[in-house]
Design a binder for this molecule. Sequence first.
Ligand SMILES: Cc1cc2nc3c(=O)[nH]c(=O)nc-3n(C[C@H](O)[C@H](O)[C@H](O)COP(=O)(O)O)c2cc1C
Length: 211
Amino acid sequence: MSEARGATEGSGSGRAPVGVAVVCGSVRPGAYTRMAVDLLLRSLAAAPGVEPTLVDPRELDLRSPGLEHDPDGPRRLTEALAAADGIVLATPEYHGGLSSVMKLVFENLGHPTPLRGKPVALLGVAAGVIGAIKSLEQVRSIASHMGALVLPGPVSVARCQEVFTPEGACLDDDVARRIEGLGEALVDYVRRHACPRASLEGMVRGNEELV
Ligand SMILES: Cc1cc2nc3c(=O)[nH]c(=O)nc-3n(C[C@H](O)[C@H](O)[C@H](O)COP(=O)(O)O)c2cc1C
């Protein structure tokens, strides 16, 4: 899992940086979902006070429940999501649904799940004209079931081969804006509703500003 630090880290603002974990639900070489994820990660990394982290299932050796596995992958996955203030789940549309990789991510999260009470934004990528509507609904349903606060306004990228070049450049400004807006909305939500600006301990110790 790789990390990028926000441009100025909000220095001087007195705010703690917002950690955003972005889970990529495709492990295909040249995956379009990964291109959308990379665009999102770049825009998050450029935002002051935001620390994005890529969660790449290829690095985690996830297995179906019941199969013998090294617990290190699920542990790292769970820790990465637990440490994040907000999460983006990015899924491709496969056979009218979410990818098995994204389902495997859900099935490898420990108990209690790190999704509980966590703001989650959704990104879907599809080759077809109707976009990733079905997979996004499935991911929304599962994440909600697990207690996530799934934000409204998922972004669905349709006809992804026409939107991205094989090298990953986005040819559609509107899609790029929508993907960037997804990250902005998540960070905004975290700052407004999820991140306490002052902790009780900080107040008692007198080392935190009251706002
Ligand atoms: C197994 C499989 C099933 C797919 N089913 C659909 C589908 O039902 N609808 C659709 O629009 N695209 C479908 N696609 C195309 C993907 O949406 C396309 O590969 C897109 O680039 C997103 O996947 P990627 O991130 O792996 O590239 C399918 C692709 C695969 C590999």
